[in-house]
Design a protein around this ligand. Structure first.
Ligand code: AP5
Ligand code: MG
Length: 214
């Protein structure tokens, strides 16, 4: 089963994708994580896109489609969760073609709806384990009091360079201008499912499970 988690910055795509990896043996493909890894490992491409990402703008279709192509050719698990990809109509068309050429299909596009006010609160309170990627939130999911990640035990928490109010404004604008047209695109294809992303993490997990099991 291959699915897309579609939603604005802070909607909870990464949080829910990690849960599906643990419970359903699916493979998370987050273009944001791939780009941050490329930056951290100092590749030429990673360094080239770092400033674009920090400003909150989208990187080029060519780069992210190339990253996804590599992963799809490698295959994996009992399906892919596309997290933060596609983000433009060109990326959506490219994904359709890539899946077709590797003999796969897209089973559902799950739109996670969250209002802008909640997004700002979530993003400005987020931190992530630098070792395993576990996502925390100062208010809803605080880092353990012993200073060690509950998932892997490391003590290396990070905050993202684009998790500030100015970059977030740009990220939201990019989402509404370039990514939200995908809602209509997948609705027209009969693949769109919508979940309320405003509930707590468990409630959203339940809503996504219902979509996947029906
Ligand atoms: P990316 O890394 O994809 O960031 P994003 O889309 O802005 O989304 P986030 O990762 O910020 O949010 P999320 O939905 O994963 O939420 P999370 O689960 O962490 O992209 C970053 C940049 O890379 C882009 O701006 C662009 O430059 C570039 N890029 C990436 N892909 C690209 C592409 N395809 N094309 C072009 N450019 C691309 O949750 C957020 C917080 O909320 C956490 O603290 C979490 O604990 C908390 N939380 C989660 N769920 C809940 C809940 N239900 N209730 C309360 N709190 C919750
Ligand atoms: Mg994410």
């Amino acid at each position: 089963m291959n699915i897309i988690l579609l939603g604005p910055p802070g909607a909870g795509k990464g949080t829910q994708a990690r849960h599906l990896v643990e419970t359903r043996d699916m493979v998370q493909l987050s273009t944001g994580d791939m780009l941050r890894e490329a930056k951290d490992s100092g590749t030429e491409m990673g360094l080239r896109v770092a400033e674009v990402m920090a400003r909150g703008e989208l990187v080029t279709d060519e780069i992210v489609i190339g990253l996804i192509r590599e992963k799809l050719e490698a295959g994996g698990g009992s399906g892919f969760i596309f997290d933060g990809f596609p983000r433009t109509l060109a990326q959506a068309d490219a994904l359709g073609e890539l899946l077709a050429t590797t003999g796969q299909s897209l089973d559902a596009v799950i739109e996670m709806q969250v209002d802008d006010e909640a997004l700002v609160a979530r993003i400005t309170a987020r931190s992530t384990c630098g070792a395993c990627g576990e996502v925390y939130n100062d208010i809803t999911k605080p880092q353990p009091s012993d200073g060690k990640c509950s998932n892997c035990g490391a003590s290396d928490f990070k905050r993202r360079a684009d998790d500030n109010e100015e970059s977030l404004r740009t990220r939201l604008m990019e989402y509404y201008k370039k990514t939200s047209p995908l809602i209509g695109y997948y609705h027209a294809k009969g693949q769109l499912r919508t979940v309320d992303g405003l509930g707590d993490i468990d409630a959203v997990q339940g809503a996504i499970a219902q979509v996947l099991d029906n």
